[in-house]
Design a protein around this ligand. Structure first.
Ligand SMILES: *Cc1c(COP(=O)(O)O)cnc(C)c1O
Length: 411
């Protein structure tokens, strides 16, 4: 794409012309959904239009984000990392939110929207259980029953989060179909929604799915970047030179990037899961090595094989282990405004250790990918100011981390 063309598309995005009336960001996004789902999607579109910028809705959301979810989250100057990397490193602390990750911003916003739309029950999907826990907590707070679909393989792997959801009053339904993980759980949640379009609301967990979800979830997560941009200016008198965030479906990354899109001097870098290797099936680096395709109602980048079959993915961090990515990221990549790189499992583990030792912060394995990207960039660009979106805390990863320790001590 020519430079002028990319600039024009970016300006359209900044002017609110994307997604367009068909829910597209350039060629990406849209509504690739069965006829039976269209009435529910149209109703949601109307609801988003009516409430997203409605003063009383925004006031209620802001109040709940502050009183219940712990916003605004802090901005921490990372002194030891700064010394080690020869940079000025600042960390935006989504790990300090209620339930421990940025996911609560979205779950709370959508639960409040569900109530405004008169929903009598909420359905949600979850992979590692983080979004399920956030949705269960938000629904308890708002007062709507919550049903969470979760692959049976994930239920085995993530039993502490299953217990948390049950404790918070949600019903957890195991999904034995398909890959028995996140992809199948999303399919089941859509199926439930189609079967109960009148009384049910579907809280999707990232900036994926058919229009208007990528727009809705981005708007709810953009609070991260709005806060961080102000906090950086207050702390340094300037904007950062570069901003880093990990990318699974892409919601925390879009959330922190959006406030900086117009600041074209600020480099934006998304870090995907490089997993064990570059080979298909051994990572979840959708933007780095995928091709366009349709998954879960949206046209975006996708990891699939030559026959168009969606690939199994791998990442040590369950939250990044997804073969698709939000359409707005595919668009931002195509116009060159955001760069996407990847970090391997081993690099992420090492970054967890480094961040714990240097700053006394235990990051989620997902978030550690952003630290890896930032460290590599700093090595190429000494003396710069860097902002890292730390999407969540690592307590949930203790089983994985302890196993690594045991392996170390065995030697
Ligand atoms: C779920 C999760 C992610 C990945 O989701 P995005 O939509 O890409 O943000 C990243 N970090 C944490 C801590 C998560 O729980």
């Amino acid at each position: 794409m020519k430079n002028e063309e990319a600039t024009e598309l970016l300006n359209k995005l900044l002017n609110g012309e994307f997604p367009d009336e068909n829910g597209r960001f350039g060629p990406f996004g849209g509504q690739f959904a069965p006829e039976t789902l269209m009435p529910a999607l149209k109703k949601l579109e109307k609801g988003v239009e009516q409430f997203l910028n409605d003063d009383s809705f925004r006031d209620e959301l802001t109040r709940e984000l502050q009183q219940w979810a712990g916003r605004p989250t802090g901005l921490t100057f990372a002194g030891k990392l700064s010394e080690a990397w020869e940079a000025n490193v600042y960390i935006k602390r989504e790990d300090l939110t209620h339930t421990g990750a940025h996911k609560i911003n979205n779950a709370l916003g959508q639960a409040l929207l569900a109530k405004r739309l008169g929903a009598k029950r909420v359905v949600a999907e979850t992979g590692a259980g983080q979004h399920g826990v956030a949705a269960a907590a938000a629904c308890a707070r708002v007062g709507i029953p919550c049903v969470v679909y979760m692959g049976s393989v994930d239920i085995e792997r993530q039993s502490p989060n299953v217990d948390r959801m049950l404790q918070l009053g949600a019903e957890v339904i195991p999904v034995d179909a398909g890959d028995k993980t996140l992809r199948a759980a999303i399919d089941e949640a859509f199926r439930d929604w189609v079967a109960h379009p009148d009384d049910t609301y579907y809280i999707i967990g990232s900036v994926v799915g058919p229009h208007p979800y990528p727009l809705l979830v981005r708007e709810l997560q953009s609070v991260i970047g709005k806060e961080a941009r102000e906090q950086m200016i207050k702390a340094t008198g300037n904007l950062p030179d570069a901003v880093f965030a990990c990318v699974g479906g892409g919601s925390n990354a879009i959330g922190i990037f959006h406030a900086f899109l117009a600041d074209t001097e600020v480099e934006l870098v998304g870090v995907e899961a490089g997993g064990k290797s570059d080979s298909l099936g051994e990572n979840a680096a959708t933007l780095a090595s995928g091709k366009p395709g349709i998954l879960h109602g949206s046209y975006s980048m996708l990891l699939h094989d030559a026959d168009g079959l969606v690939q199994e993915t791998h990442s040590i961090s369950a939250g990044l282990d997804y073969p698709g990515v939000g359409p707005e990221h595919a668009f931002l990549q195509s116009i060159g405004r955001v760069t996407y790189i990847s970090a391997t499992d081993d690099e992420a583990l090492e970054a967890v250790r480094e961040c714990c030792a240097a700053e006394g912060i235990l990051p989620a394995l997902e978030s550690a990918h952003a630290l890896v990207g930032a460290r590599k960039w700093a090595a190429q660009n000494p003396g710069k100011t860097i902002l890292i979106g730390l999407s969540g805390r690592g307590d949930k990863d203790m089983p994985t981390l302890s196993k690594m320790h045991k392996d170390l001590f065995k030697e």
